[in-house]
Design a protein around this ligand. Sequence first.
Ligand code: SAM
Length: 363
Amino acid sequence: MKAKGRLNAICPYFTMFPLEFPLGVLRDATPGQLVVDPFCGRGTTNYAARTLGLPSIGVDSSPVAVALSQAKLANTSPRYIVAAARRILDEVTEPDDVPEGEFWRWAFHPEVLRVLCRLREGLLANCRSDSRKALRAILLGALHGPRPKARPSYFSNQSQRTYAPKPRYAVGYWKRYGLLPEPVDVLSIVRERAVRYYSDERPASGKVIHGDSRKNIFARVARGKRAHWIITSPPYYGLRTYLPDQWLRNWFLGGPPEVEYSNECQLLHSSPEDFASDLRLVWQNVGKISAPGARLVVRFGGINDRKADPLSIIKMSLEGSGFELQTIKPAGSASSGRRQALHFSRPSGEAREEHDIWAVYVG
Ligand SMILES: C[S@@+](CC[C@H](N)C(=O)[O-])C[C@H]1O[C@@H](n2cnc3c(N)ncnc32)[C@H](O)[C@@H]1O
C-alpha cells in the first residue's frame, strides 16, 4: 500500500529517514505485528506502521521528537483540532509568560507571540487528548519557516524550517534586510494545516513515550505484546545537536526561552566503544519484548568530521545483544528510500556511508 504520507510532513526534524524505508521493511509484516522504534525521532516508523494498519511503539529522549511522534498516532479530525485551539484561546485570555528581548521582538509579531503563548500555556496545562497532541505538532511545524510568498504558512520572521534560528545570527540577518515580523493569523494557519494533515488518515494504534532507551522501559509500554519489527536509526556517532537545533520548539514545549546546550539522555559519544555499548543496552532492552525471529533493521551512517567506522560500531553493538547480524545493504538500494544524508541541512552534519543493517532476534 502506498501511503500519501501527508501527516508525516507535519513538522521537519533534523535527520529524519524517508518514509519509504520503514514501508519497504514492513512489506512482509502480517496483521497485528508490533513495530518498535527506540529512537523514533519525528515518528516516521510509527507513521509507516499506521499506514499499514500495524500497532507501534516509539521512544525518544527529546521532547520535540516525542511531541511529533505522538501526533503521528493521533486519531482526530480537522474540526476537533480547530475546536481544541479555540477552546484554549477562550480559556487562556491573558498569557502569564511572554518571553522578552531583542530576539523575540524580531522573531514574531507581538500579537502572534501573545496568541502562541496562550496556546502554549493551554497545552502545557493539558495535552492529554489526541486533538491537543495533533494541535501541538501543527503549532511546532508552523513555528518557524520561510516568510510567505502568497499566503502565510509560518508564524515567525524569515527562518529555516528544519532547525531553529540562532538568536544573534538571526537578529543580525533580519536587521540587515529590514525584515519585520508579520501579523499572521495563527488560527487560519492551524485550520489549513489541520485539513492538510488530518483529513483522511487511517486509524492508528500504539503509543509513544518520552524516555531513555538504554533503560528498561519497553515492557511498560508493550503490555505483554511481543515486537516483531524493530526499525530505527540511532543518532550518528558524533552528531549531538538534536536539542540545541530545536531550542525554539523545545521552548514551546515548556523549555527555556533560549538555546539549551544540554544533551541529557543522549547516547554517549565519548568513544566508538562507549557509543557501541550504549547501543547494545538499547538492543538488549528491546530484546526483552521481542518475539523469537523478530527483525531489527537499523539505518546507520557516519558524519564527515568523525573518523570512526559506522559499520564496526554497529557490529560491536550487536555482540551479546541477543540480535544476530544477517545482512548489510547500502542505504538507497531498491525500495529502501532516499539516503538520510539528503535530509541533513548543514555541511558539517553531512552523513556518509549509510547502510541498512538487518539482524534477527535469537534471544
Ligand atoms: C537519527 S534520529 C531518528 C530519526 C527518525 N528515524 C526519524 O525518521 O525521524 C535519532 C534520535 O535518537 C534520539 N535519542 C538519542 N539518544 C537517545 C536515548 N538514549 N534514548 C532515546 N532516544 C534517544 C534523538 O533525540 C533523536 O531523535
